[in-house]
Ligand binder design. Structure first.
Ligand code: FAD
Length: 391
């Protein structure tokens, strides 16, 4: 009998295993993959990660981004750079392996290469059923098996279709060399309700496109092909391999992260920012909070995990709801949005402060709304007034 089992050992699971093992609990982490393993991802972590980490991740950082070159449908390029970093780029095989090693060093037991098939609760414990008929028991379970896992979908009934759909590729640098480092490339308008990106790493460019699954329909490959064949930065580069994946962004029906002795963290609980699709920071942050709730329950000898739900409501869902409003504004009208930021770079400069964790999304939204309203752009103003009210 373990104190806690952690289902899936991405950033959420490894953080939970590390946190609970550090507190002295008997922890078992299980992942279907053997690490280091690839994860389809842009791999850009906002600098606010520094506020929540318990250990150094410097050795895993490949690039630091000081802003972005933006495009609209791969044209109208403009640089909006800052003198302070906004993001750190990592390769997920290296980054996730680093986090898992920290969990192992802290004393967590880990089984790699074992798929979880289902979970059940009864008699004051949770049973985890795995391939080959193997079963494990614990007082608590953290579901952190990500977008493709079983805990969120099957045990909590969360909807996998509430997601963005994506294609990514890792593209080795071409003759252009590394002149594109220290920034991100973000493209609006190339895919419905989403964006395209190029995130430079040490040896390659992580390239991808993602948009709302329902709005993209079956056309994600077409959007990706158009994006990579027309973006200036990718000219002459060869793309050999592509990966398709989903980004389980927040939706209001996902706000049920606790069921009995089972608690969700990271992608499993759709704890992904619906504007940027940023999930690594939230995986780590929510896993830490879920672990604290379990630690408290273990110490009290009860099964009360409601503090986690209250914390999420206050600290995370409120941010995500504001990010949903920003998504509506930007992704429903990418051309108009692009014209606004083309005219006024300060809007993106200020949004960088949100990425850095220095300003809340709703405060940014209200500021941007009022700023645009006060400009002599009559068309924009009328449009805003007809559609959007301040938060
Ligand atoms: C195309 C794309 C681009 C993205 N870009 C960014 C970005 O630039 N920045 C950012 O912050 N976020 C980004 N994200 C989101 C980010 O990848 C996720 O939010 C993050 O990986 C969440 O971590 P996690 O630990 O919750 O889940 P995961 O990282 O998915 O880890 C889940 C783990 O569970 C394991 N698992 C799954 N099923 C089972 C099972 N049945 N049994 C046992 N183990 C299982 C998997 O092997 C995996 O190791 C992107 C996502 C996608 C798809």
């Amino acid at each position: 009998m373990y104190d806690a089992i952690i289902a899936g050992l991405g950033p959420a699971g490894s953080t939970a295993a590390y946190t609970l093992a550090t507190k002295g609990w008997k922890v078992l982490g299980i992942d279907k993959a053997r690490f280091p393993r690839y994860k389809s991802c842009g791999g850009c972590i906002s600098t606010k990660i520094e506020r929540i980490l318990d250990f150094d991740i410097k050795e895993t950082l490949e690039e630091t981004a000081f802003g972005a070159t933006f495009t609209y449908k791969t044209g109208r390029a403009m640089d909006i750079l800052s003198d302070r970093p906004v993001g750190y780029n990592v390769m997920r095989d290296v980054f996730d392996n680093h986090l898992l090693n920290k969990a192992k060093e802290a004393g967590a037991e880990v089984i790699e290469g074992l798929r979880i098939r289902g979970v059940a609760e009864g008699g004051g414990f949770v049973t985890v059923f795995c391939d080959g008929g193997q079963e494990f028991r614990a007082k608590f379970l953290i579901g952190s098996d990500g977008a493709s896992g079983v805990v969120g979908r099957e045990y909590f009934g969360l909807d996998p279709k509430e997601a963005a759909i994506s294609i990514t590729a890792e593209v080795p640098y071409g003759p252009a060399g590394k002149t594109v480092q220290n920034r991100l490339f973000i493209d609006f308008g190339s895919i419905p309700f989403g964006y395209g990106w190029i995130f430079p790493k040490k040896d390659c460019l992580s390239v991808g496109i993602a948009g709302d699954a329902a709005k993209v329909g079956g056309r994600v490959k077409d959007y990706f092909n158009e994006f990579v064949s027309t973006h200036e930065t990718l000219k002459g580069l060869k793309i050999d391999h592509r990966d398709g994946w989903t980004v389980p962004v927040f939706y209001s029906g996902a706000a049920t992260p606790v069921r009995g002795r089972v608690i969700l963290a990271g992608d499993t609980g759709h704890l992904v920012d619906p504007f940027l699709g940023e999930g690594i920071y939230y995986a780590i942050r929510t896993a830490k909070a879920a672990s604290v709730a379990i630690d408290t329950a273990l110490k009290a000898g009860d099964a009360d995990l409601s503090a986690y739900k209250e914390w999420l409501e206050k600290e995370v869902y409120a941010e995500f709801r504001a990010a949903e409003k920003l998504s509506d504004l930007v992704y429903n009208h990418p051309r108009l949005w692009y014209s606004i930021i083309e005219k006024d770079h300060e809007i993106m400069q200020r949004y960088y402060n949100v990425i850095r964790g220095e300003e809340a999304v709703d405060s940014f939204y209200n500021w941007a709304y009022n700023k645009v309203k006060s400009k002599p752009w009559k068309v924009l103003r009328r449009w805003l007034e007809s559609r959007f009210m301040p938060a």
